[in-house]
Ligand binder design. Sequence first.
Ligand code: NAD
Length: 278
Amino acid sequence: MTSIPDIRLNNGQAIPQFGFGVFQIEPKDTAAAVSTALEAGYRHIDTAEMYGNEAEVGEAIARSGLDRGEVFVTSKLSNDAHEPDDARQAFEGTLKALGTEYVDLFLIHWPLPTRYGGDYVQTWRTLEEFYREGRARSVGVSNFQPHHLRRLHGETEIIPAVNQIETHPYLTQDEVRAFCAEHQIAVEGWSPLGKGGVLADPTIQSIAARAGKTPAQVVLRWHIQRGDIVFPKSVTPDRIRENIDIFDFELPATDVEDITLLNKNERTGPDPDKFAGR
Ligand code: NAD
């Protein structure tokens, strides 16, 4: 079976560098997709309260026969639950839906600087509680810009273990990645395939033809070689298996560079400085 490298987070916890994302998978299709992923060797699932499919993720893990400790599970706080008491209640809901006593990683999904009086610091302090209680083995953030991270750094105790940001060949996120590297915050890349939008790029297509791999495999391999953690989404069994089949080849440094040069600072999702979460 495929051997997926681990990344060591700043608190010593190991996270598989490659996993499976379940955003926009209908609840009715989620258990089957996660089961296919687990059978193919995935051991890291990325969900969120707002995806509405935590229960089905939990169901597939329970059904798999794997020990809970063998699967790394991430979930995220709803944008509607940033007030501390709401966050506590939402976190209970996440654990209950997943049918687990702990998550491996729990994230603030968006900083929402235009809501809650811009106070994502109090929300972060609530996640610190979950970490101290051991009910979140690691805590982190998502969609945080360097200035948001700097503020947490100055006003709170625990440095986020990860920052999950949109990144793909058309959005290389050099500034956020450099800040994270300097502060021992691991980068997780969401929409690693640009939601499929980068796969027709001629540079990626020609690198794929030369490597004897598919465009999706080349792009995912590029992320792995840059050191980011990624979890592409698919409901198609063949693609789920194709996406994990990237640990038997290496892109030459020149290919990595050519793909990085495709950057257009082009987001598929919202701007974190403006997004109000609904
Ligand atoms: P993605 O870049 O993983 O693209 C998924 C799409 O790419 C699929 O729907 C399919 O159309 C296509 N695709 C997948 N495999 C393919 C293949 N082998 N060949 C051809 N096409 C293929 O996009 P995503 O789902 O948005 O992102 C992945 C995960 O990141 C999500 O499931 C979720 O877990 C996470 N995410 C997080 C946030 C956040 O705000 N933190 C936002 C979006 C996504």
